[in-house]
Ligand binder design. Structure first.
Ligand SMILES: [Zn+2]
Length: 141
């Protein structure tokens, strides 16, 4: 997945750590970055989840780490597909596996009548369909 940079070079997606208010490190955030001019920007599709996450951060004194790939499906899929042992598997297959996994979780959550868990799983499925399949962006990686 690529995009043109204003310097004429190419922006590539990388999973980066975003530091927030010196105490909070948000890991595995998909960021467009340019090797030529050091331009970088958060992907529009994940901006909303990132903003929500930052809003919910507990501003206590302790330092902490948050894994963005545990919150956002797009980050999760990028993270999974970049793992060495999976790098040879087509991204379409990883997405399909993930959808099946989430559907199983959804069935289990519904069976257990856990409304919060059902909502959370539905949100994740929507992240895949809205951000990834609908836009067909991930296929260009
Ligand atoms: Zn650039």
């Amino acid at each position: 997945m690529q995009k043109d940079c204003k310097c004429g070079s190419t922006l590539n997606i990388q999973l980066r750590t975003v530091q927030y208010s010196k105490k909070v490190h948000i890991k595995n955030v998909p960021i467009f970055s340019c090797e030529e001019c050091e331009e970088s920007e958060v992907l529009l599709d994940v901006k909303e989840d990132l903003t929500e996450l930052i809003k919910d951060i507990d501003h206590s004194n302790t330092k902490h780490q948050i894994f963005f790939n545990e919150i956002n499906e797009f980050a999760h899929l990028l993270f999974v597909s970049s793992e060495k042992e999976l790098i040879h598997i087509p991204i379409e297959e990883i997405i399909e596996q993930r959808i099946n996994e989430l559907l199983d979780i959804l069935l289990l959550a519904q069976y257990l009548d856990d409304t919060k868990w059902v909502k959370e799983t539905e949100k994740r499925l929507l992240q895949i369909t809205d951000q990834i399949i609908y836009n067909k962006k991930i296929y260009k990686i």
